[in-house]
Structures are given as structure tokens and as C-alpha cells.
Design a protein around this ligand. Sequence first.
Ligand code: PEP
Length: 252
Amino acid sequence: TGSRKFFVGGNFKCNGNKSSLQTLIESIIKSTLPASEIVDIVVSPPSIYLEYVNQLVGQRVQVAAQNCYSETKGAYTGEISAEMIVDIGLKWVILGHSERRNLFKESNQLIAKKTQHALSQGLSVIFCIGELLEQRETNKTEQVLDEQLGFLLNGVVSDWSKVVIAYEPVWAIGTGKTASPQQAQDAHAFIRKWLSEKVSKEVANATRILYGGSVTATNSAELSKQLDVDGFLVGGASLVASDFVTIINTAN
Ligand code: PEP
């Protein structure tokens, strides 16, 4: 980690209920956590529990939606809008998660449209990218990241201070296979170089790049030592309060 403020997100995915989420959030917020100047902490429950969880988190922890649509309102059954997320008092949305891309076939174009619209409504976006196993094995990782990031250009991002990039190699998500600290660093350095060349040096320097993919309480310390790893997006381990808190405390 460099000079950027650390960031740890907990993506609960499609897990939890009122009772388990209450227990989880209460355990997290009563734990010893680094000061807010040291680390941003954001949890992301299923959309049906966003407001419920937001009432439980208090001041230290923020809440993100896991997805939203690209339009304000209308005949889009099953979707929620950025405006609705703002309306219930939230500031964050995750977009482009690999499960949205791969299971729900969201295209780069749609994710870009969602990103542009969410930013236009004042939301901050955790923008997820990452290569498939087959792409890594055929040495296409940088090409894939370049392509996915390219959809942020041409006016999609109005304010880079509202974007956090999550590098999540798809082969590492929910598989128990973590990228090695060097693999993570190499991808993060590539992303930072991309930002420097395609956006600006200032943006490259200031943008948080998170690693995601089977981050645990045991491997987070080593990963967090990498120069360009500015935090984590955590799936499975964020459902276990003590593990998530350990990961958050690697910010220290
Ligand atoms: C994720 O969903 O963003 C993720 C990284 O999941 P996991 O930590 O379970 O691999």
C-alpha cells in the first residue's frame, strides 16, 4: 500500500437474512477498527437489506449496493436505480462484478452506461475488472484489463475521485485460489500505469486499486504489503466478522 487511504469492502453477495446480518454487523462495529482516516470500510448486502443494514452500521461503516441499473426509472422489472440508492442515503455501488459479467452476461457497454449514470447521480462506484483463467493462461490478462478499463474513457467517468477499481481475477473469486502477492502487484501496477497513460498522473496516483479473490484473514497481510494494493474487496471472508475485521486491520 502506498499513500492512498486503504479501502476494505465486504461483498455479501446473495447471503444473509435479517437475523444473521444483524449479528454480523453488530460484531463488526463493536470490534476495534482503525480510524476513518486510515481505512474506508464499506459493506454490501443484498439490495432488499440495504436500508436495514444502513440502520445498523452507525458512523464508521458505509453501505454499498451490489448493482444498479443504467436508467432512472421505468419498465425494468427487478432492477433498482442509482436514484433509489441515493434516496435511501447511500453513497456507493459495486458495478461490473465478475458474477454480473459472467453469470448475468452484463456487457462492458452496459457496465459503462451504469457507471456513467451512477456517477451522474453522485454515487461512488467500485468498478470491478479481472481476467478469466483461460485468459491468464494464454497471457491475455493485460489485454483484458486494458479492454475493460477502456470502457471508462470517453466521458464515462466525470469524477475519478468517485471511482475505486477492484482487480478481481475471476479464477480467484470464491475458489479458494488467491493471486500471489506478486501476481496481484503486477496487475495493480499495470492498472496504475494505464491510469497514468490514459487519464492522468494525478488520477493514477490517487485512485485506490483493490484486490479481490479469496482474500482471507491469513493472506491479507502479505497482499496488503504490495505497493499498489490499496485495499480489498472481500466476498466469503466478509461473512465472518472476526475474519473481516482482521482483514480491515491490515490497513494499520
Ligand atoms: C468478491 O465477490 O468480490 C470476492 C472477491 O469473493 P471471494 O472473496 O469469496 O473470492
